[in-house]
Write a protein that binds this ligand. Structure first.
Ligand SMILES: [Fe+2]
Ligand SMILES: [Fe+2]
Length: 372
Protein backbone atom coordinates (compact mmCIF):
# COMPACT_ATOMS: atom_id res chain seq x y z
CA UNK A 1 0.00 0.00 0.00
CA UNK A 2 1.40 3.29 -1.04
CA UNK A 3 1.28 6.35 1.17
CA UNK A 4 -0.51 9.48 0.02
CA UNK A 5 1.56 12.53 -0.91
CA UNK A 6 0.01 14.50 1.97
CA UNK A 7 1.62 12.12 4.51
CA UNK A 8 5.06 12.15 2.91
CA UNK A 9 7.97 13.30 5.04
CA UNK A 10 10.09 14.28 2.05
CA UNK A 11 9.54 15.64 -1.43
CA UNK A 12 10.90 12.41 -2.92
CA UNK A 13 8.27 10.33 -1.11
CA UNK A 14 5.50 12.70 -2.17
CA UNK A 15 6.54 12.56 -5.81
CA UNK A 16 6.82 8.77 -5.66
CA UNK A 17 3.30 8.61 -4.21
CA UNK A 18 2.01 10.65 -7.14
CA UNK A 19 3.90 8.55 -9.68
CA UNK A 20 2.46 5.36 -8.19
CA UNK A 21 -1.10 6.44 -9.02
CA UNK A 22 -2.71 4.96 -12.12
CA UNK A 23 -1.22 6.71 -15.12
CA UNK A 24 -3.27 9.36 -16.86
CA UNK A 25 -1.96 10.58 -20.11
CA UNK A 26 -2.99 14.05 -20.98
CA UNK A 27 -0.48 15.51 -23.33
CA UNK A 28 -2.31 18.80 -23.36
CA UNK A 29 -1.84 19.32 -19.60
CA UNK A 30 1.83 18.46 -19.67
CA UNK A 31 2.28 20.67 -22.73
CA UNK A 32 0.75 23.60 -20.84
CA UNK A 33 3.02 22.85 -17.86
CA UNK A 34 6.04 22.61 -20.20
CA UNK A 35 5.49 25.96 -21.88
CA UNK A 36 7.99 28.70 -21.10
CA UNK A 37 6.67 32.17 -21.73
CA UNK A 38 7.02 35.31 -19.63
CA UNK A 39 3.68 34.47 -18.06
CA UNK A 40 3.99 30.76 -17.32
CA UNK A 41 5.73 29.34 -14.23
CA UNK A 42 9.36 28.46 -14.91
CA UNK A 43 11.83 26.07 -13.32
CA UNK A 44 14.96 27.63 -11.85
CA UNK A 45 18.49 26.60 -11.17
CA UNK A 46 21.18 28.60 -9.39
CA UNK A 47 24.69 28.62 -7.96
CA UNK A 48 24.08 26.02 -5.26
CA UNK A 49 27.60 26.33 -3.79
CA UNK A 50 27.08 30.00 -3.11
CA UNK A 51 23.80 29.25 -1.38
CA UNK A 52 25.42 26.48 0.60
CA UNK A 53 27.91 28.99 2.00
CA UNK A 54 25.23 31.11 3.71
CA UNK A 55 25.86 31.57 7.42
CA UNK A 56 22.64 32.04 9.37
CA UNK A 57 24.40 33.09 12.59
CA UNK A 58 23.12 36.71 12.41
CA UNK A 59 19.51 35.45 12.49
CA UNK A 60 20.09 32.30 14.56
CA UNK A 61 17.34 32.68 17.15
CA UNK A 62 14.60 33.49 14.63
CA UNK A 63 15.96 30.76 12.37
CA UNK A 64 15.80 28.03 14.98
CA UNK A 65 12.23 28.95 15.90
CA UNK A 66 11.12 28.85 12.28
CA UNK A 67 12.78 25.51 11.58
CA UNK A 68 11.29 24.00 14.74
CA UNK A 69 7.83 25.15 13.66
CA UNK A 70 8.29 23.65 10.20
CA UNK A 71 9.63 20.38 11.62
CA UNK A 72 6.57 20.12 13.88
CA UNK A 73 4.68 19.80 10.59
CA UNK A 74 1.19 21.03 11.53
CA UNK A 75 -0.11 20.35 8.01
CA UNK A 76 0.94 16.74 7.76
CA UNK A 77 -1.95 14.81 6.21
CA UNK A 78 -3.88 17.98 5.42
CA UNK A 79 -3.49 18.01 1.64
CA UNK A 80 -5.73 15.10 1.00
CA UNK A 81 -9.36 14.80 -0.03
CA UNK A 82 -11.66 14.01 2.91
CA UNK A 83 -15.37 14.34 3.74
CA UNK A 84 -15.17 18.11 3.14
CA UNK A 85 -14.34 17.44 -0.47
CA UNK A 86 -17.70 17.92 -2.18
CA UNK A 87 -18.44 16.14 -5.40
CA UNK A 88 -17.31 18.19 -8.36
CA UNK A 89 -19.62 18.31 -11.36
CA UNK A 90 -16.99 18.66 -14.08
CA UNK A 91 -19.43 17.78 -16.84
CA UNK A 92 -21.97 20.35 -15.71
CA UNK A 93 -19.38 23.15 -15.50
CA UNK A 94 -19.62 25.94 -18.09
CA UNK A 95 -17.04 25.00 -20.76
CA UNK A 96 -15.33 28.42 -20.63
CA UNK A 97 -15.07 28.28 -16.85
CA UNK A 98 -13.89 24.69 -16.96
CA UNK A 99 -11.13 25.58 -19.43
CA UNK A 100 -9.93 28.53 -17.35
CA UNK A 101 -10.13 26.63 -14.09
CA UNK A 102 -8.16 23.70 -15.46
CA UNK A 103 -5.59 26.15 -16.79
CA UNK A 104 -5.46 27.72 -13.33
CA UNK A 105 -4.92 24.32 -11.68
CA UNK A 106 -2.23 23.28 -14.15
CA UNK A 107 -0.32 26.50 -13.78
CA UNK A 108 -0.67 26.42 -9.98
CA UNK A 109 0.56 22.83 -9.93
CA UNK A 110 3.54 23.79 -12.10
CA UNK A 111 4.34 26.78 -9.87
CA UNK A 112 4.18 24.64 -6.71
CA UNK A 113 6.30 22.00 -8.33
CA UNK A 114 8.78 24.58 -9.58
CA UNK A 115 9.45 25.50 -5.94
CA UNK A 116 9.75 21.83 -5.05
CA UNK A 117 12.33 21.12 -7.75
CA UNK A 118 14.50 24.09 -6.82
CA UNK A 119 14.37 23.40 -3.07
CA UNK A 120 14.95 19.69 -3.52
CA UNK A 121 18.01 20.34 -5.64
CA UNK A 122 19.40 22.73 -3.05
CA UNK A 123 18.92 20.06 -0.41
CA UNK A 124 20.65 17.46 -2.58
CA UNK A 125 23.64 19.61 -3.51
CA UNK A 126 24.24 21.31 -0.19
CA UNK A 127 26.26 20.29 2.83
CA UNK A 128 25.40 23.19 5.15
CA UNK A 129 23.02 21.61 7.62
CA UNK A 130 20.97 24.75 8.31
CA UNK A 131 20.38 25.32 4.64
CA UNK A 132 19.71 21.71 3.63
CA UNK A 133 17.28 21.23 6.52
CA UNK A 134 15.29 24.28 5.47
CA UNK A 135 15.19 23.34 1.81
CA UNK A 136 14.21 19.77 2.53
CA UNK A 137 11.24 21.00 4.60
CA UNK A 138 10.12 23.47 1.97
CA UNK A 139 10.47 20.89 -0.82
CA UNK A 140 8.28 18.53 1.24
CA UNK A 141 5.52 21.15 1.48
CA UNK A 142 5.62 22.11 -2.19
CA UNK A 143 5.52 18.46 -3.29
CA UNK A 144 2.41 17.95 -1.15
CA UNK A 145 0.80 21.08 -2.63
CA UNK A 146 1.55 20.01 -6.19
CA UNK A 147 0.33 16.47 -5.43
CA UNK A 148 -2.94 17.78 -4.04
CA UNK A 149 -3.62 19.93 -7.10
CA UNK A 150 -2.87 16.91 -9.25
CA UNK A 151 -5.43 14.92 -7.22
CA UNK A 152 -7.99 17.61 -8.08
CA UNK A 153 -7.02 17.50 -11.75
CA UNK A 154 -7.28 13.70 -11.83
CA UNK A 155 -11.02 13.99 -11.22
CA UNK A 156 -11.23 15.84 -14.52
CA UNK A 157 -9.21 13.06 -16.16
CA UNK A 158 -5.99 15.10 -16.24
CA UNK A 159 -2.70 14.99 -14.40
CA UNK A 160 0.56 16.84 -14.79
CA UNK A 161 3.37 14.33 -15.23
CA UNK A 162 5.71 15.58 -12.50
CA UNK A 163 8.52 13.14 -13.22
CA UNK A 164 8.54 14.03 -16.89
CA UNK A 165 8.46 17.73 -16.08
CA UNK A 166 11.54 17.42 -13.85
CA UNK A 167 13.46 15.79 -16.67
CA UNK A 168 12.20 17.70 -19.65
CA UNK A 169 11.31 21.24 -18.66
CA UNK A 170 13.83 23.93 -19.41
CA UNK A 171 15.60 25.42 -16.38
CA UNK A 172 16.31 29.13 -16.13
CA UNK A 173 19.49 30.16 -14.31
CA UNK A 174 19.19 32.89 -11.68
CA UNK A 175 21.99 34.14 -9.43
CA UNK A 176 21.25 33.31 -5.76
CA UNK A 177 20.35 36.89 -4.88
CA UNK A 178 17.76 36.96 -7.65
CA UNK A 179 16.41 33.65 -6.38
CA UNK A 180 16.01 35.26 -2.94
CA UNK A 181 14.11 38.29 -4.24
CA UNK A 182 11.94 36.35 -6.67
CA UNK A 183 11.21 33.45 -4.35
CA UNK A 184 10.64 35.58 -1.28
CA UNK A 185 8.09 37.55 -3.26
CA UNK A 186 6.43 34.59 -4.87
CA UNK A 187 5.98 32.88 -1.47
CA UNK A 188 4.51 36.02 0.09
CA UNK A 189 2.30 36.87 -2.86
CA UNK A 190 1.22 33.21 -2.86
CA UNK A 191 0.16 33.61 0.76
CA UNK A 192 -1.70 36.84 -0.04
CA UNK A 193 -3.46 35.27 -3.03
CA UNK A 194 -4.61 32.17 -1.18
CA UNK A 195 -5.78 34.01 1.94
CA UNK A 196 -7.63 36.71 -0.02
CA UNK A 197 -9.62 34.09 -1.90
CA UNK A 198 -10.20 32.10 1.28
CA UNK A 199 -11.54 35.12 3.20
CA UNK A 200 -13.67 36.20 0.26
CA UNK A 201 -15.26 32.75 0.04
CA UNK A 202 -15.85 32.68 3.78
CA UNK A 203 -18.09 35.70 3.21
CA UNK A 204 -19.57 34.34 -0.03
CA UNK A 205 -19.70 30.54 0.18
CA UNK A 206 -22.15 30.47 -2.74
CA UNK A 207 -19.19 31.31 -5.00
CA UNK A 208 -17.13 28.35 -3.84
CA UNK A 209 -17.51 26.36 -7.03
CA UNK A 210 -14.81 23.82 -6.18
CA UNK A 211 -13.82 22.24 -2.84
CA UNK A 212 -10.10 22.93 -3.20
CA UNK A 213 -10.64 26.49 -1.95
CA UNK A 214 -11.55 25.09 1.49
CA UNK A 215 -7.91 24.00 1.85
CA UNK A 216 -6.47 27.46 1.18
CA UNK A 217 -6.05 28.61 4.79
CA UNK A 218 -3.57 25.95 5.89
CA UNK A 219 -2.05 26.11 2.45
CA UNK A 220 -1.29 29.81 2.71
CA UNK A 221 0.29 29.29 6.13
CA UNK A 222 2.86 26.98 4.52
CA UNK A 223 3.64 29.66 1.93
CA UNK A 224 3.86 32.24 4.69
CA UNK A 225 6.57 30.28 6.52
CA UNK A 226 8.49 29.72 3.30
CA UNK A 227 8.46 33.48 2.82
CA UNK A 228 9.69 33.89 6.40
CA UNK A 229 12.64 31.64 5.62
CA UNK A 230 13.64 33.79 2.65
CA UNK A 231 13.20 36.95 4.71
CA UNK A 232 15.74 35.50 7.17
CA UNK A 233 18.11 34.52 4.37
CA UNK A 234 17.90 38.09 3.06
CA UNK A 235 18.68 39.32 6.57
CA UNK A 236 21.95 37.36 6.75
CA UNK A 237 23.58 39.91 4.46
CA UNK A 238 22.52 43.58 4.83
CA UNK A 239 23.98 44.37 1.39
CA UNK A 240 21.19 42.35 -0.20
CA UNK A 241 18.58 44.90 0.78
CA UNK A 242 20.58 48.03 1.46
CA UNK A 243 23.01 48.62 -1.40
CA UNK A 244 21.95 51.07 -4.07
CA UNK A 245 22.10 48.53 -6.90
CA UNK A 246 20.18 45.92 -4.94
CA UNK A 247 17.45 48.40 -4.13
CA UNK A 248 16.97 48.82 -7.86
CA UNK A 249 16.77 45.06 -8.23
CA UNK A 250 14.16 44.88 -5.49
CA UNK A 251 12.07 47.47 -7.29
CA UNK A 252 12.50 45.53 -10.50
CA UNK A 253 11.33 42.26 -8.94
CA UNK A 254 8.39 43.87 -7.15
CA UNK A 255 7.26 45.40 -10.43
CA UNK A 256 7.79 42.21 -12.42
CA UNK A 257 5.98 39.95 -9.94
CA UNK A 258 3.02 42.33 -9.49
CA UNK A 259 2.56 43.07 -13.18
CA UNK A 260 2.83 39.41 -14.16
CA UNK A 261 0.10 38.55 -11.69
CA UNK A 262 -2.13 41.31 -13.05
CA UNK A 263 -1.76 40.19 -16.65
CA UNK A 264 -2.14 36.49 -15.85
CA UNK A 265 -5.28 36.97 -13.74
CA UNK A 266 -6.93 39.16 -16.36
CA UNK A 267 -6.60 36.25 -18.79
CA UNK A 268 -9.12 34.31 -16.69
CA UNK A 269 -12.32 36.40 -16.67
CA UNK A 270 -14.73 33.44 -16.27
CA UNK A 271 -12.80 32.00 -13.35
CA UNK A 272 -12.92 35.31 -11.49
CA UNK A 273 -16.58 35.83 -12.37
CA UNK A 274 -17.41 32.42 -10.89
CA UNK A 275 -15.56 33.35 -7.70
CA UNK A 276 -17.44 36.65 -7.61
CA UNK A 277 -14.15 38.55 -7.67
CA UNK A 278 -13.19 41.54 -9.79
CA UNK A 279 -9.61 40.82 -10.91
CA UNK A 280 -8.63 44.48 -10.53
CA UNK A 281 -9.91 44.58 -6.94
CA UNK A 282 -8.27 41.24 -6.25
CA UNK A 283 -4.95 42.37 -7.73
CA UNK A 284 -4.82 45.57 -5.70
CA UNK A 285 -5.85 43.74 -2.53
CA UNK A 286 -3.12 41.14 -2.99
CA UNK A 287 -0.54 43.86 -3.79
CA UNK A 288 -1.55 45.74 -0.64
CA UNK A 289 -1.11 42.69 1.59
CA UNK A 290 2.14 41.67 -0.10
CA UNK A 291 3.51 45.21 0.22
CA UNK A 292 2.62 45.38 3.90
CA UNK A 293 4.31 42.06 4.58
CA UNK A 294 7.38 42.85 2.50
CA UNK A 295 8.15 45.84 4.72
CA UNK A 296 9.64 43.22 7.04
CA UNK A 297 12.69 43.08 4.80
CA UNK A 298 12.45 45.40 1.77
CA UNK A 299 13.30 49.08 2.30
CA UNK A 300 10.52 50.22 -0.05
CA UNK A 301 7.05 49.46 -1.33
CA UNK A 302 5.63 50.25 -4.77
CA UNK A 303 3.16 53.11 -4.99
CA UNK A 304 0.14 51.11 -6.11
CA UNK A 305 -2.15 54.11 -5.63
CA UNK A 306 -0.17 56.19 -8.14
CA UNK A 307 -2.41 57.55 -10.94
CA UNK A 308 -0.29 55.78 -13.58
CA UNK A 309 -0.19 52.38 -11.84
CA UNK A 310 -3.48 50.75 -12.92
CA UNK A 311 -3.70 52.38 -16.39
CA UNK A 312 -0.19 51.13 -17.18
CA UNK A 313 -0.94 47.62 -15.91
CA UNK A 314 -3.97 47.67 -18.20
CA UNK A 315 -1.81 48.73 -21.15
CA UNK A 316 0.47 45.84 -20.42
CA UNK A 317 -2.50 43.51 -20.29
CA UNK A 318 -3.77 44.79 -23.67
CA UNK A 319 -0.29 44.31 -25.14
CA UNK A 320 -0.32 40.70 -23.95
CA UNK A 321 -3.68 40.08 -25.59
CA UNK A 322 -2.12 41.37 -28.80
CA UNK A 323 0.87 39.04 -28.40
CA UNK A 324 -1.44 36.07 -27.86
CA UNK A 325 -3.52 37.03 -30.93
CA UNK A 326 -0.37 37.30 -33.02
CA UNK A 327 0.78 33.88 -31.87
CA UNK A 328 -2.60 32.37 -32.77
CA UNK A 329 -2.69 34.11 -36.15
CA UNK A 330 0.81 32.95 -37.15
CA UNK A 331 2.57 33.92 -40.39
CA UNK A 332 4.15 37.28 -41.07
CA UNK A 333 1.07 39.22 -39.98
CA UNK A 334 1.02 37.34 -36.68
CA UNK A 335 4.70 37.94 -36.19
CA UNK A 336 4.31 41.69 -36.72
CA UNK A 337 1.42 41.76 -34.28
CA UNK A 338 3.49 39.87 -31.73
CA UNK A 339 6.50 42.14 -32.06
CA UNK A 340 4.36 45.27 -31.76
CA UNK A 341 2.68 43.78 -28.69
CA UNK A 342 6.05 42.95 -27.11
CA UNK A 343 7.28 46.48 -27.67
CA UNK A 344 4.15 47.91 -26.05
CA UNK A 345 4.48 45.55 -23.09
CA UNK A 346 8.15 46.53 -22.73
CA UNK A 347 7.33 50.25 -22.73
CA UNK A 348 4.57 49.73 -20.21
CA UNK A 349 6.97 47.86 -17.93
CA UNK A 350 9.57 50.62 -18.15
CA UNK A 351 6.86 53.15 -17.42
CA UNK A 352 5.91 51.23 -14.26
CA UNK A 353 9.55 51.33 -13.19
CA UNK A 354 9.57 55.13 -13.39
CA UNK A 355 6.85 55.46 -10.73
CA UNK A 356 8.63 56.59 -7.54
CA UNK A 357 8.62 54.10 -4.66
CA UNK A 358 7.60 54.75 -1.11
CA UNK A 359 10.55 54.26 1.26
CA UNK A 360 10.01 52.06 4.26
CA UNK A 361 11.92 51.55 7.54
CA UNK A 362 12.99 47.93 7.97
CA UNK A 363 12.59 46.46 11.48
CA UNK A 364 15.47 44.76 13.30
CA UNK A 365 13.86 41.33 13.32
CA UNK A 366 11.80 40.37 10.28
CA UNK A 367 9.69 37.69 12.01
CA UNK A 368 5.95 38.01 11.43
CA UNK A 369 2.86 35.93 11.95
CA UNK A 370 0.23 35.48 9.25
CA UNK A 371 -2.40 38.07 10.22
CA UNK A 372 -4.95 38.23 7.42
FE1 LIG B 1 3.25 25.80 -2.13
FE1 LIG C 1 5.93 27.82 -0.89
Amino acid sequence: MNMHSSEAATAEEAIAAQEALPPLTNEEATKVAMSNTLLTPRFYTTDFDEMDAIDVTPVRSDWDKLIAAMKADPNKGHFKKNEDWDKVDWDGMEPALKAEFIDFLISSCTAEFSGCVLYKEMKRRGSNEDITTLFQLMARDEARHAGFINDALREAGIAVNLGFLTQAKKYTYFRPKFIYYATYLSEKIGYARYITIYRHLEQHPEHRFHPIFKWFREWCNDEFSHGEAFALLLKTDPQLTESRVNKLWIKFFLTAVFSTMWVRDHQRPEFHKALGVDPAWYGQEVFRKTSDISRQVFPMVLDIEHPRWIPTLNRMQAANVQIADGRKQGGVGGWVKRMAGSAKAGFAFVSLLTIPVEKSAVPESPRMEPAY
